[in-house]
Ligand binder design. Structure first.
Ligand code: GLY
Length: 303
């Protein structure tokens, strides 16, 4: 098996002035994930890739995440290890810049799969993990977008959302991780697909790994990631499975966006989205990094 890592920076419409930054961001994330995959295990790889995107204000996760109806950043994140189906997730946690690190601590140290809100904050503080505070998440750009949406000047929908990473190592072990600020102007306490295994992400050795992005409510109803992996097992290619699930999630509702990245159990890559854009990148072994904003228009970056 050739170790492979695949990331996305969210399905939605990327403003023209952000296209280059989104491209550079997913490329950096894949590079960091690949370094971790070479030196560590597959969970290290997906966490490293997501951490790069959480710290990059161009994405709706960590620093730069969108604000809720109260003007607060509340984040969700989750990850899964395919070897033993271990899951760690957090939901509706305020002002946390590195949600995926706390989700990992839940997986490794809590004895539970998911912690929410104040309980998650108290767990993180007791464990000494998590970068908390408005400075860890707030950006002037997210504030301006929130003010424009509240004033009805800008649409709250269609913003590129969520970051995710999936990886497979030389022994066929897989992992998946995702992190998000959710939906602009969301009701405080709202939880989307990103912390929910099967919906926002899934990883099982022998089956594959998946991450979703888009309107969480629609993705949740379809248990999109698990559905996509079952379609691969039923005989679809990774790309065909990703496309079929995006189509099922969106249906004929033009207000819904959905994107999926998939790895099958043999390292086959699938990318599909029903949105104007979904920045994504992948790398196999030491080969070139492939980067794109639109599925099927992925180009190689040779460094
Ligand atoms: N897909 C992220 C969310 O809806 O929260």
């Amino acid at each position: 098996m050739i170790p492979t890592i695949l990331v996305h920076g969210g399905a939605g419409r990327i403003a023209a002035e952000n296209l280059a930054a989104a491209r550079a961001g997913v490329e950096r994330a894949v590079a960091a994930g690949r370094r971790a995959l070479q030196g560590g295990d597959v969970l290290d790889a997906v966490v490293a890739a997501v951490r790069v995107m959480e710290d990059d204000p161009v994405f709706n996760a960590g620093r730069g995440a969108c604000l809720d109806a109260d003007g607060i950043v509340e984040v969700d994140a989750g990850l899964m290890r395919g070897r033993d189906l271990a899951v760690g997730a957090i939901a509706a946690v305020p002002e946390l810049g590195d949600a995926i690190n706390v989700a990992r601590a839940v997986l490794e140290r809590s004895g539970h799969c998911m912690l929410a809100a104040d309980g998650a904050v108290r767990f993180a503080r007791a464990q000494g993990v998590g970068q908390f505070g408005r400075d860890a998440v707030w950006t002037a750009k997210a504030q301006a977008r929130w003010e424009a949406a509240r004033a009805g000047i800008a649409d709250a929908n269609g913003q590129a959302d969520t970051v995710g990473a999936i990886a497979i190592d030389a022994d066929g072990h897989v992992a998946a991780a995702c992190s998000t600020g959710g939906v602009l102007l969301k009701t405080p306490g709202r939880v989307g697909d990103s912390p929910i295994p099967g919906a926002g992400y899934y990883a099982a050795d022998g089956l594959g790994a998946a991450c979703a992005t888009g309107v969480g409510e629609a993705i949740l109803r379809r248990v999109a990631c698990y559905d996509a992996l079952l379609r691969i097992r039923a005989g679809l290619s990774a790309t065909a499975a990703a496309q079929a699930v995006c189509d099922a999630v969106v249906g004929d509702d033009a207000s819904i966006t959905c994107g999926l990245i998939l790895l099958d159990a043999h390292g086959g890559v699938g990318v599909a989205h029903r949105s104007a854009h979904m920045s994504h990148a992948y790398a196999r072994g030491d080969g070139p990094i492939h980067v794109g904003h639109v599925a099927g228009e992925t180009t190689e970056v040779i460094r």
